[in-house]
Design a protein around this ligand. Structure first.
Ligand SMILES: Cc1ncc(COP(=O)(O)O)c(C=O)c1O
Length: 433
């Protein structure tokens, strides 16, 4: 097919799959997505961590429709709007008003990461430390593909090709406190912020309790702002509304996106602590950041409806119960399937790690074939490190969870039967979107 016949240029999809009806979604309802080739697949990835309450939640859809009819566009750019005020207040209430004070609206996880880098640098400048500009991230992390977020992303996804400027960014190995401590001995006075995913999406690797404790201790010693990028972990994914709720002390800035509107709007927020907000208020600092489409009525109505649906459905507790079942199923798979070596992750944010038939780590180049085999068996799973990742909706019924695991097993069996197992060697990770 020539490019004129394929006007859509999809993100991060190799050219040979452009125009493929099997990958072109048509509609989605509950936990299933229908594709243009006529197949309906069970979604084991919540539409990339977005649809934590499943697709087509009627309350969220109604709230969005009403907002569109009442106020099709209002901004937070040199203005306020009442929808944004209400959504901000509800988010502060949900995150904890004893610590958090203000909400900045953005339109994507990547843009929100750009925003936290600005907030952190501006915060220190207002307090008389304009040289604090270094941002520290974790190796293997993902913070998006905008220029700021891309710079902070700790896996090589072609930053060099695009001239992404990483001169003010440092990366350290996750869960290795000594490495961060050593970096900060040298550069603590220039460090504006340390940005972490509470569970690294690439590989579903949770930060250990020891590492979080050390992050908090080092924050006290060196004075940087600690940022929790909860774009993927937010909205009940790991067993609490936000994963950083379980930290002994909260971060200074918290980023949420994806589950924030149950995936219905291009929405993200940065929630700022009282201390950060006070620094701007006291100095009259005006942050140079604004996005025309941020904090609009439809987005904010969707945020409010998502928060209230989370409560009505007791979705976080539902997710915790589902995670117990998922653990049992995954344990069985580790014990019973020759390809599966172990699992990683927490709550409903899991990675299944695999080995080849000769016991070597499953080659990254074969992961797309594995994901394809599971899709052929009936389910959408996410490519992971040496295997596949599962993050089902919090509202999955137990039978749907069983079906998901059956599809994964069938996919792995079909992959083994195809005789491909063990091919390829090149390590490579996947951008997450
Ligand atoms: C932790 C994290 N941060 C940032 C992003 C980027 O979000 P977006 O694709 O909305 O820019 C992602 C996307 O997967 C993410 O998981």
């Amino acid at each position: 097919m020539t490019s004129e016949l394929r006007p859509l240029w999809p993100a991060l999809l190799p050219a040979e799959h452009h125009g493929d009806d099997a990958l072109c979604a048509v509609s989605a309802q509950g936990v299933r997505v229908r594709f243009a080739d006529g197949r309906e697949l069970l979604d084991g990835s919540s539409g990339l961590w977005n649809t934590n309450l499943g697709y087509g939640n009627p309350a969220v859809a109604r709230a969005a429709a009403e907002a569109l009819l009442n106020a099709s566009y209002l901004s937070v750019f040199r203005y306020e709007n009442t929808y944004a005020r209400l959504a901000a207040a509800a988010l502060i209430e949900a995150c904890g008003p004893e610590h958090y004070a203000r909400v900045l609206f953005s339109t994507s996880g990547g843009a929100a990461n750009d925003l936290v880098m600005k907030v952190a640098r501006h915060y220190h400048a207002l307090r008389g430390e304009p040289r604090r500009k270094v941002i520290v991230g974790l190796r293997g992390s993902y913070h998006g593909l905008t220029f700021g977020g891309f710079a902070l992303t700790g896996e090589d996804l072609g930053q060099q090709v695009y001239g992404v400027d990483q001169r003010l960014v440092r990366h350290v190995t996750p869960n290795e406190p000594a490495e961060l401590a050593t970096l900060l001995v040298r550069q603590g006075a220039q460090t504006a912020a340390v940005v972490v995913e509470p569970v690294l999406g690439t590989g579903a690797v949770p930060l250990t309790e020891e590492y979080v404790a050390e992050l908090l201790r080092l924050r006290d010693v060196h004075g940087f702002l600690l940022v929790a990028d909860e774009v993927a972990t937010g909205f009940g994914r790991t067993g609490t509304l936000f994963a950083s709720e379980r930290w002994p002390a909260p971060p200074d800035l918290l980023i949420s996106s994806k589950g924030l509107t149950n995936g219905t709007s291009a929405a993200a927020v940065v929630v700022a602590s009282r201390e950060v907000a006070a620094a701007f208020d006291e100095a009259g600092g005006v942050l140079s950041h604004g996005e025309t489409q941020a904090g609009t009525p439809v987005t904010c109505a969707a945020i409010l409806a998502t928060l209230s649906e989370m409560q009505r459905l007791d979705a976080v507790a539902q997710g915790r119960r589902l995670a117990v079942r998922l653990d049992e199923e995954l344990d069985e798979m580790v014990a019973g399937h020759p390809l599966v070596s172990h699992t990683e992750g927490m709550g409903l944010f899991r990675s299944i790690r695999m080995v080849t038939t000769d016991g070597a780590p499953f080659p990254q180049t074969e992961v797309p074939a594995l994901v394809g085999a599971v899709r052929t068996a009936g389910a959408i799973v996410h490519p992971g490190l040496n295997g596949v990742q599962l993050f089902p909706a919090l509202t999955y019924a137990p039978a749907e969870l069983k079906e998901l695991l059956e599809c994964v097993r069938a996919g792995l069996d079909a992959y083994v039967a195809s005789g491909r197992s063990g091919q390829g060697r090149r390590p490579h990770t996947e951008a997450r979107g």
